[in-house]
Design a protein around this ligand. Structure first.
Ligand code: MG
Ligand code: MG
Length: 248
């Protein structure tokens, strides 16, 4: 069941979204060659707690950290640790926060130092696919219109879209109905209506869309070890149109 949010709930979701956006903006400033992913995680956790919020991922199904930090061939759910970022890496930073009972969730993939043109294109196309998907999240459209817009743009650029992980509704729980695949035929799925809050999050691979999970039971990597990028926003469909709650 898709839970619709009223105007009061939307106020709380805006606040959660703002904290996530600000956290990502802060982490971006520190994401330079030489920094460890654990240092980025500490910066994020400190900021979220200073806002009176709770890091939403920490403890979620036993996940040990505030951020998911996924480097290069890692797709999502990378665990922060002592690995230092190097020039030429790309890193997906995924962040969630909980405040006053409501969740925000967003991700960006950042280039570290000098990154090759092929990786720059991967980042650009992934972010564009997110924005094209978001543009379809309007009243009267169907959910898979979002999915199809993402897939079409990704595949037109000869990249592939991950199948095994999807976006989700969000609100009083981090993961609510509906699931939001990043692929599929348009014109299907539930009709989009005022009050829906959605976390749309394409994961785009340079090679095969197939992924696998490492022995740490969290880190998802591409099967062919080629790079992957991930962007996510929490959005709400309001009476005044679409609102991106996690925009910086
Ligand atoms: Mg999410
Ligand atoms: Mg996320």
């Amino acid at each position: 069941m898709i839970e619709l949010k009223n105007a009061n709930q939307l106020v709380l979701m805006r606040n959660a979204g703002r904290i996530v956006a600000e956290t990502l903006a802060l982490v971006r400033e520190y994401a330079k060659p030489g920094v460890t992913t654990l240092e980025l995680d500490r910066i994020a956790e400190e900021y979220i707690r200073a806002q009176g919020a709770i890091p939403a991922f920490k403890g979620y199904n036993g996940f040990p950290a505030t951020l998911c930090t996924s480097i290069n061939e890692q797709v999502v759910h990378g665990i922060p640790g002592l690995r230092s970022l190097e020039s030429g890496d790309i890193i997906s930073i995924d962040c969630g926060a909980l405040i006053e009972g409501y969740f925000g969730d967003a991700a960006v993939t950042l280039p570290i130092g000098d990154v090759g043109e092929d990786l720059q294109k991967l980042l650009r196309v992934t972010e564009e696919s997110l924005m094209l998907g978001i543009a379809q999240a309007k009243i009267g459209n169907r959910l898979y219109d979002v999915s199809n817009a993402v897939q079409t743009h990704v595949e037109a650029n000869n990249f592939s879209i991950v199948r095994d992980y999807v976006g989700h509704g969000i609100g009083r729980a981090m993961h609510e109905d509906p699931q939001i695949p990043n692929f599929g035929k348009p014109g299907r799925g539930p009709r989009l209506e005022v009050g829906m809050a959605l976390a749309i999050e394409p994961m785009v691979n340079m090679g095969t869309y197939e992924v696998q999970t490492l022995k740490d039971r969290w880190t998802v990597v591409t099967k062919d070890n080629r790079p992957s990028a991930h962007f996510e926003h929490t959005v709400a469909i309001t009476e005044n149109g679409l609102e991106i709650l996690t925009r910086c």
